[in-house]
Design a protein around this ligand. Structure first.
Ligand code: DLL
Length: 432
């Protein structure tokens, strides 16, 4: 096998790129110069990939503190594009691209779509939002790079999107997993069966989604549903993606060097262990980042995939370090709730988790989930039975009791982009 040789080549490439990167950010970005000096590392100390560990982490707060362009390593005159992701503070996290960065983005998104077999013969319906959000233009450039025909549908006007998918004969679709479900629902209302369309593959990401959700999407849309991952701070979509084997996301480590760290201590963890994904961009020009704490929880594993690719793979993101809810002292991840709900018969893939504080130190956890059409009117026993099963299985998975509220179809708000699954009312309570 040539795996060892290939990996040696890869290591050489990564090392060269890393050394160039640290020299560049030290020379051009005061923030990195100060951080390196404070950590007592000079660019010349970085000789191997292991030396990366000596470098300090970069966090989202560092981007925010240098809003909007304080971390740029290129002249603003060389910047050709700006994107951003919405922040809780009201100001977006701003990211910027040179022409070379846009070219890299097209390359990694071209790779992403070709992992699902997209070629110039495909018609790609792109329902990721176009705008400051990176989803729309990222998928757009990737599809164009492959020579496919892109339909820049963006978000909104779902009925029209369904008409376009049918009329143009789209073979591939890009959108959030929650929007994919919504498309299928609206199609059903219109009397359209998307399983009969030409769609054969979908690229879904920008939010966490479970295996159960994948099965639901594949069944309703009649396509192969692939998970694609990325974040604005690194490039947008195009950091890692599944191939048709659906056996982990190939992470483009020739451009984005990954590490897994213990979220609490920052200690680097060995391959196979679960922790927070940290990424160093090896070739980005406008906004390179060193050891960026993504907040996303996953694990890495090596070894060639059945598809033949040898890039390191990451498992589906199971949550974020900051989406863990602590309810009555117990850690609750929204992904656990989704995993339980998606296994129950009779429920729909629409749910919301509501945490509230009735009185000091007495948090309540309530889970609203939509049930199948007809279950309210037809079978009262079935409803009570479902409620009992959901409550028992959630209790078993979470280790605490949650109140389950079965709600009628369409009660929970649909999303064109990232779904909002958690409503935490405790902050309101605490702030009076
Ligand atoms: O969501 C980029 C993107 C667009 C990825 C389209 C995939 C498809 P941001 O808005 O900066 O960028 O949000 C990034 O979204 O740190 C994760 O927490 C989450 N996320 C993105 N993809 C996935 C995924 C885009 N496949 C943040 N699974 C990331 C789970 C994901 N979470």
């Amino acid at each position: 096998m040539s795996v060892t040789i290939e990996n040696t080549d890869l290591t050489t490439l990564q090392t060269e790129r890393l050394r160039r990167l640290v020299g560049r950010v030290y020379a051009r970005v005061p923030f990195y110069r100060e951080a390196f000096d404070a950590a007592g590392v000079a660019p010349a100390d970085v000789r191997t990939l292991d030396d990366l560990r000596a470098l300090p982490f970069t966090r989202k707060s560092d981007l925010r503190d240098h809003y909007p362009f304080g971390l740029l390593a290129a002249d603003m005159d060389d910047v050709v594009r700006v994107h951003g992701s919405s922040g809780t503070s009201g100001k977006p996290t701003v990211v910027a691209y040179t022409a070379a960065d846009i070219d890299l983005w097209a390359e990694v998104m071209g790779r992403t779509l070709s992992l699902g077999g997209v070629t110039r013969r495909d018609i790609v319906h792109n329902a990721y939002g176009y705008g400051l959000f990176t989803g729309g233009l990222g998928a757009h450039y990737g599809a164009e790079r492959l020579g496919a025909a892109v339909v820049p549908a963006s978000g909104g006007d779902t009925r029209r999107q369904i008409m376009l998918i049918q009329d143009f004969g789209a073979t591939a679709i890009c959108c959030t997993p929650s929007y994919a479900i919504y498309l299928a629902e609206v199609a059903a209302e219109m009397g359209v069966d998307l399983r009969a369309s030409r769609l054969r593959v979908g690229f879904f990401g920008a939010e966490p989604w479970s295996e159960g959700m994948r099965q639901e999407i594949e069944a309703r849309l009649g396509l192969k549903a692939l998970d694609i991952y990325g974040l604005s701070e690194i490039i947008g979509p195009g950091v890692a993606a599944e191939c048709l084997e659906q056996a982990g996301l190939h992470l483009y480590e020739d451009y984005f060097l990954p590490e897994i760290v213990d979220p609490a201590t920052g200690e680097v963890l060995p391959d196979g262990e679960q922790g927070e994904l940290v990424i160093t961009t090896l070739t980005k020009e406008a906004l390179p980042v060193i050891r960026y704490r993504t907040g996303d929880i996953t694990r890495l594993h090596r070894g060639p995939c059945a598809c033949g690719r040898t890039l390191v793979r990451m498992t589906k993101i199971s949550g974020r370090t900051d989406d863990m809810l602590i309810v009555r002292g117990v850690n609750v991840f929204p992904s656990q709730v989704e995993a339980v709900l998606m296994q129950l018969r009779g429920v729909q893939p629409h749910y919301v988790i509501i945490v509230d504080r009735e009185r000091a130190a007495m948090d309540s956890l309530e889970i609203w989930v939509e049930v199948d059409e007809g279950i309210f009117s037809d079978q009262l026993g079935a409803l009570a039975d479902l409620q009992m099963r959901a409550t028992a299985e959630l209790r078993e998975m979470l280790g605490i009791a949650a109140k389950v509220r079965l709600v009628e179809p369409n009660r929970i708000e649909r999303s064109m982009g990232k779904a909002k699954r958690v409503i935490d009312r405790r902050d309101v309570y605490q702030n009076g």
